[in-house]
Design a protein around this ligand. Structure first.
Ligand SMILES: [Zn+2]
Length: 167
């Protein structure tokens, strides 16, 4: 089988940030997949998210994104990465990072400041509602919010592939 594009990114050199993972054409429309990378892979000081944190961020983030006046009709999907270092967001259209950035800022600011009941947190509405940790989610969201607020160039561009050595 062929390697998929996301396995070709050098995760050892990847920093926290917001990246375009892929742009797909479906019929006449484009779909843009963003890599919301909240944790630097293999960072000893800031390890991967707990399942409780990532689950609470998923609920709060989905609610916020699908209610945002500007973007709600363009949100296709928001969900966690299996490695627990971030999320994927898929939106309708060929969208660049600069355009989506204010939405990402609003979303993570909302989660970082959230108080009260987590939406959808009941056995009828969710498959594992007990595994939710709002405090951890708020902490992880705040860390990420600060990274993208004073974002550097490397927070928005995947590391360039190293040139392969010629034999
Ligand atoms: Zn759930």
């Amino acid at each position: 089988m062929e390697k998929i594009d996301s396995f070709k990114i050098d995760h050892l050199r990847l920093k926290q940030g917001l990246y375009i993972s892929r742009i797909d054409k479906v019929g006449y429309e484009y779909l843009t997949t963003f890599d919301i990378r909240m944790k630097k892979p293999y960072d000893v000081d800031d390890s991967v998210m707990t399942t409780g944190s990532i689950h609470a961020i998923e609920h709060l983030g989905s609610m916020f994104l699908r209610n945002d006046e500007l973007w709600k009709n363009k949100i296709i999907y928001f969900g966690p990465m299996g490695c627990r270092t971030g999320f994927y967001l898929i939106v309708e259209g060929n969208v660049d990072t600069e355009t989506i950035l204010p939405l990402i800022e609003r979303t993570f600011d909302y989660i970082a400041e959230y108080e009260g009941e987590i939406p959808g947190c009941s056995p009828k509405e969710c498959g594992n509602y007990i595994d939710m940790d709002l405090n951890e989610a708020k902490r992880d969201a705040a860390i990420y919010y600060n990274v993208i607020i004073d974002g550097k160039k490397y927070n928005f561009n995947y590391p360039k592939p190293k040139e392969s050595k010629k034999n």
